[in-house]
Every structure is written in C-alpha cells, then in structure tokens.
Design a protein around this ligand. Structure first.
Ligand SMILES: Nc1ncnc2c1ncn2[C@@H]1O[C@H](COP(=O)(O)OP(=O)(O)OP(=O)(O)O)[C@@H](O)[C@H]1O
Length: 254
C-alpha cells in the first residue's frame, strides 16, 4: 500500500539514508531496528515529508504523494516523532484535539473522538491536566492519541509511523503500546511502522523486522528470520545469548 522507490538523503556528500525499493503493507506491524545513527529516524522523516525529498518517489494506495491533497494525505499518514515540543500549557485533551485538523467532525463528535483516542493509550485520566506538567511517558502517550485521532477518518487503510514510541514508557506501557500497534495492524488494517531499540519487543510483536545499518536496510523478514545472534553480533557488535521462553514460540536475547 505504501511504496517507496529511489529514496535517498545525503548531507555533505554522505548518504544518511538510502532505500531503493521498500513496500509497507496494510495489516502488518513492521519494526525498524538498528544501532544509533543507522538512519531509522531519517527514513521515517523522509516518509513523513520532513526532509523535502521528491514526493513522487512515494505512493500510497497507488497514488503518488504529490497527487494527494494535503489534508487527505494527513488523514492517511500519521507520524509520532521521537520528540514533540510544546511550549504552551494546553490541557492534554486539547493537545490530542490538534490531531483533528484534517478531519471534518461536529463539535460533539470531535469531543467523543478525542476521548476514544485517549482511551486507546490509557490517558483518559489525564484529559484535564496541563500537558506541560505531565511526565515524559504520559506526554508520549498523549501525543500518540493525537496521531490516532488524526487517522480516525481515513477512507482507506492508513499508515502509522512511530519513532521510538516506547522510549519513555515503563515496562507495562511498553507492552501496551506494542499490543496497540499490533492490534491497529491486525484488526484495523493499518500499516504500522515503529522504530524500536528493544529487540525483544520487536520479536514479540513485530510481523516484519527491518534492520538498518549505515543508512541502508540490510535485513528484512520475520523476527525469527532476521533477529538471530549472528545478526545481533554483526550489526550491534554485541555477543548476546538466546533464552527460550517457556510455553511460547519465541526467545529473548539477553
Ligand atoms: N540533517 C542532518 N544533517 C546532518 N546529519 C544528519 C542529519 N540528520 C541525520 N543526520 C545524521 O544521520 C545519521 C542517522 O541519523 P538518524 O537520526 O536517522 O539515526 P537513528 O538510526 O534514528 O539513530 P538513533 O537510534 O540514535 O535515534 C546520524 O549519524 C545523524 O547524525
């Protein structure tokens, strides 16, 4: 559904990200992993339009990005950046409501959609709180609600890009957000793409894993195909150990 061709971003002659051909699929939770500086955020920023790359190199549902009206594209492509800065003290629910800008909703439908988006990230209790007083993890989940709201009127399967959505979250919330990402893919048909550093979360929840190294995708497949100890040693320079999880088909790398 999302096709990328000849994607290239260089600064000062150094290629920071190159993807000759990448397809992202509806109903699939894709996880991007790789060492610091591998180009994961750059890839997401490129898709999100933040790098000014040519829009005709990407197509969504067979239509090139430059042929999509901006608001229609915003209803189908949502991005949770690694950092979101806000300097005014809005209530958390007003921050979420910012996601409604490409939508056409009555006032009451908008209020309800905001609450639905907050319920999905377990932030309902924060609705009236000043956003600036929230903890890092609470802010991250409120921002995710904003992006979920933005996609709630998509006419065809949307793409959700998450740049390190679990970086500020406690253990339980990390699993909840990964479960939500998998559910949005499997039950709602979203193409969900998340950058994660935790390879065990990637293996447990991802349908597909892309490994990036020095700006390029060097492995692409199911977690079992891609995340073995050899790959971990080669890509991260870390000699891990694999431990089987009882009564399950997956293993953790420690
Ligand atoms: N606008 C830019 N100008 C110069 N260098 C850049 C620019 N954007 C990114 N880089 C460099 O490109 C490389 C990839 O950065 P990127 O943020 O994509 O890495 P990452 O894989 O997301 O890393 P991390 O896991 O640390 O978040 C880094 O070396 C970074 O310093």
């Amino acid at each position: 559904m999302l096709e990328i061709r000849d994607f290239h971003f260089a600064v000062g002659g150094r290629t920071l990200m190159q993807a000759d051909h990448l397809n992202l699929h509806a109903g699939e939770f894709t996880v991007i992993v790789g060492p610091n500086g591998a180009g994961k955020s750059t890839l997401l920023k490129g898709i999100a339009g933040d790098l000014g790359l040519p829009r005709h190199t990407m197509a969504l549902h067979g239509r090139r990005f430059n042929q999509w009206p901006a608001t229609a594209l915003a209803r189908h492509l949502g991005v949770l950046p690694q950092h979101s800065t806000l300097t005014f003290g809005f209530a958390a629910r007003d921050v979420v409501a910012m996601g409604a800008y490409p939508l056409s909703l009555s006032e009451s439908a908008r209020r309800e959609a905001v609450l639905d988006a907050m319920a999905a990230t377990d932030t309902t209790a924060l609705a009236e709180k000043d956003y600036l007083t929230l903890s890092g993890g609470e802010k991250q989940r409120v921002q995710l609600s904003r992006v979920l709201l933005q996609l709630c009127q998509a006419e065809s399967d949307p793409v959700l890009l998450l740049d390190e959505p679990t970086s500020a979250l406690d253990l339980a919330q990390q699993h909840r957000i990964c479960q939500l990402a998998a559910k949005l893919a499997h039950q709602n048909g979203y193409a969900v793409v998340a950058v994660l550093h935790d390879l065990n979360l990637a293996s447990r929840y991802g349908d597909r894993v892309l490994v990036m190294e020095q700006g390029r995708i060097v492995a692409d497949g199911s977690p079992a195909e891609v995340l073995d100890l050899n790959r971990v040693a080669r890509t991260w320079g870390y000699q891990g150990q694999a431990v089987a999880v009882p009564d399950s088909h997956y293993q953790v790398i420690v």
